[in-house]
Design a protein around this ligand. Structure first.
Ligand SMILES: [Zn+2]
Length: 173
């Protein structure tokens, strides 16, 4: 396995809509394992493929260190290929979200509390998943990435420009 470079704003690849995965083969599985390794190395809990420069609809998530819910064994890491929402709750909650691609910033984002998605898993099997807890939040954050959206889109343009300026400056140093 190998570590991938995590892109940060204002990299344009973070602003592009990702394309559907047509085939889950060994090459893609290797890439997904690299995503997990990268995510863990960066102390992240979720990663979308365009955050490492691949414009495909792939997400990896591992909440095993932060979640109190007892999941079935081998539930994590979670690999979501071509995820699509099949349900959103009307009830919404706020949470202070961070993002590996927006280092040093936490942004309060209002999102549906519960969601259901359908997706293809690591073994190319179609799956469904419902959650009304932290995992639902992380899935929605990562699915935003696949649409070219980042947490900065939830703040005013003024605040957004300030944060982008600050991060760009830090990268030059
Ligand atoms: Zn993110």
């Amino acid at each position: 396995m190998s570590l991938l470079e995590v892109l940060t704003i204002p990299d344009k690849r973070l602003r592009q809509k990702c394309g559907k995965v047509e085939l889950v083969d060994d090459n893609l599985r290797k890439f997904m394992l690299d995503m997990v390794e990268t995510m863990r190395a960066e102390n992240g809990i979720g990663l979308a493929a365009n955050q490492v420069g691949v414009l495909k609809r792939i997400i990896t998530i591992d909440l095993s260190e932060v979640e109190e819910i007892k999941r079935q064994e081998n539930f994590y890491p979670l690999f979501l290929i071509n995820p699509e929402f099949t349900l959103h709750s009307d009830e919404k909650t706020y949470f202070n979200e961070g993002c590996l691609s927006v280092p040093g910033s936490k942004i309060e984002v209002l999102r549906p509390k519960a969601i259901e998605i359908k997706y293809i898993d690591f073994n190319s099997k179609p799956q469904k998943l419902y959650d009304d807890d932290f995992l639902a939040r992380v899935i929605q954050h990562e699915m935003d990435h696949l649409e070219g959206k980042v947490i900065l889109d939830y703040v005013s343009k003024l605040k957004r420009d300030l944060i982008i300026k600050k991060i760009s400056k830090e990268q030059r140093l």
